[in-house]
Design a binder for this molecule. Structure first.
Ligand SMILES: [Zn+2]
Length: 549
């Protein structure tokens, strides 16, 4: 799992229509001459991704050997990037024929001619709809044909489906389909394993090489769980399945190269140890607080210095929660990695300009990067608090709240995250920021998130939260229509909104949850005008990277 903090578009209800797919295939074969949108439009689309120079002060702390290891990681990541191109699009060199620079740049951002922030709409002439199964399946496969295919390997996250000479489906393991490239990846990782002086990292790299060669990732995932003390990290492999819109099954290659922020990680460990106490002071009745949160959560802070493949396509990941394998989670849990420099970059390029546009001048000083970082980080922590089982025999909260469960869980994480940040600031545990900073930054952050609409649970959760805070006087508009935050009322609203969510979860009240979300997960005026204002000022939607090291 990863948090891109804006929606990942899903097509659960998309029915694949053979006609569409055939037209897509015909499109791919057609000559590539000019773009569907004109060049000016496409340049605007490119500019919606602000360029961020990705680097880290932590690079200064590395030894020569560490540097050599990083260079090998980077070589491996470059190969992984090429593999993701193959998976999501096919032959990348087809796009070399595009003569329009904006179209070329936008295709690079999207890893293909389909706009990832606009439901994969094609933007280059000659390309039709993106096949739902991308290049993990034959482009003309139908759900019915997939269902009828008898080979159980079809359900592996590590096989592609291809057609044999007679046109029949067959499964090909990733280790065979991508062998040449994977040999290179393995060579780089083995060299790095020989150089690194960290035994945990060495063990993980060698196990990962075995995984690439066998399509068995279990042992290497366990080894990754055991190498938390390393000052550098590489997340590499076929990991998430979001790109497979046909079955959400096939995994996409990606790579993050990461440096551990020891200081921030130590601060975070201190906060995590306070979780049982924070659970006790939640703003809700005692009977909802019987759950005792674990304090062994592995939550650390990193700077990302390289993104390749899936995680670099479209909107950028700012937090990682892995591994996905339930068997590994059952034995060792997961590791959660907060990517500090990427979080900070999204703040600077997107949230800060939104806040400056919408918040009254006197309160703009409260828009703070560190506040955004802690709000985002405590959102993750907050998922581990609250209620997991209903108090009235309706089973788990997830079972009881059915299709509303994710929206309410995300709403809970957002508001309890802010609740905790404010509480810890009161106790002088979080330095350098004030409650006013946390609240102002949070409210500007809501506008940033609702900009992407109600297509995701997170988007709905943010709309409910925005409307609750507004209806309870947390902010008003000054004579110029700018936000004026009433911090006293905001603190009261944080408590009462958290209380309402916890009650809904604890009582598993699905009818209320559904009706409330239907009424309140909505963008009313003047928020709609705010969003139009933000869009009109060309404030970026996401970021893209220049890797500076
Ligand atoms: Zn969340």
């Amino acid at each position: 799992m990863k948090c891109t903090d804006i929606l990942r578009i899903t097509f659960n209800d998309m029915k694949i229509n053979a006609l569409l797919v055939f037209s897509a295939m015909a499109g791919i074969a057609a000559a590539v001459s000019c773009s569907k949108k004109n060049s000016v439009d496409l340049q605007q689309k490119v500019d919606e991704y602000a360029v961020v120079e990705l680097t880290s002060p932590l690079l200064e702390t590395l030894s020569d050997k560490d540097r050599q290891v990083l260079n090998l990681f980077r070589s491996a990541a470059t190969v992984i990037d090429g593999l993701f191109w193959q998976q999501t699009f096919g032959d990348k060199s087809q796009l070399a024929a595009i003569d329009d620079q904006a179209a070329k740049d936008f295709a690079k951002i999207n890893y293909g001619p389909w706009d990832r922030l606009d439901e994969n709409a094609p933007f280059i002439d000659g390309y039709g709809e993106k096949p739902a199964g991308a290049n993990y399946y034959p482009a003309d496969i139908t759900p019915e044909e997939f269902a009828a295919f008898g080979d159980p390997d079809k359900n592996s996250p590590y096989t592609v489906l291809r057609r044999d000479a007679d046109g029949n489906l067959k499964c090909v393991w990733y280790r065979d389909e991508y062998r040449k490239s994977l040999d290179l990846v393995c060579k780089y990782l083995e060299e790095a394993a020989m150089i690194t002086e960290n035994p945990g990292l060495k063990n993980y790299l060698l196990k990962r090489v075995q995984a690439f060669r066998t399509d068995e990732y279990y042992e290497s995932d366990l080894a990754w769980m055991d190498m938390k003390d390393s000052n550098m990290d590489i997340v590499i492999g076929p990991i998430e399945n979001y790109d497979d819109k046909l079955n959400e099954l096939k995994t996409s290659y990606e790579c993050f190269i990461l440096l551990k922020d020891g200081e921030r990680s130590a601060e975070l460990a201190k906060y995590v140890s306070m979780l049982p106490e924070l659970q006790r002071i939640l703003p809700c009745p005692e009977e909802y607080k019987t759950f005792v949160p674990g304090t062994s959560s592995d939550l650390n802070v990193y700077d990302a210095i390289y993104y390749a493949g899936d995680c670099n396509a479209g909107s950028k990941t700012i937090a990682i929660n892995l591994p996905n394998d339930d068997r590994v989670q059952a034995v060792k849990g997961t590791r959660r990695l907060q990517l500090h420099n990427s979080i900070t970059a999204k703040f600077g390029k997107i949230l800060l300009p939104i806040g400056r546009l919408l918040v009254e001048p006197e309160q703009r000083k409260h828009l703070r990067s560190e506040a955004f970082f802690w709000n985002v980080t405590f959102h993750e922590v907050a998922h581990g608090l609250g209620v997991k089982e209903t108090v009235n025999g309706k089973g788990s909260v997830d079972e009881a709240l059915k299709d509303e469960k994710t929206t309410w869980e995300e709403a809970k994480a957002d508001i309890l995250g802010l609740f905790m940040v404010c509480n810890l600031i009161d106790r002088n545990e979080i330095p350098l920021i004030s409650k006013e900073d946390a609240i102002t930054t949070f409210i500007a952050g809501l506008v940033r998130s609702v900009r992407f609409g109600a297509a995701s649970s997170h988007g709905r959760a943010n709309m409910m939260c925005y409307n609750y805070l507004k209806d309870n006087g947390a902010f008003t508009r000054n004579s110029e229509g700018l936000y004026h935050i009433d911090f006293g009322k905001a603190l009261e609203a944080i408590d009462s909104w958290a209380g309402l969510i916890l009650k809904t979860q604890a009582t598993g009240d699905y009818e209320f949850a559904k009706a409330y979300a239907e009424k309140n997960a909505v963008i009313h005026e003047p928020l709609a005008a705010d969003i139009a204002n933000v869009n009109g000022h060309n404030i970026p939607r996401d970021i893209r990277f220049d890797f500076i090291w």
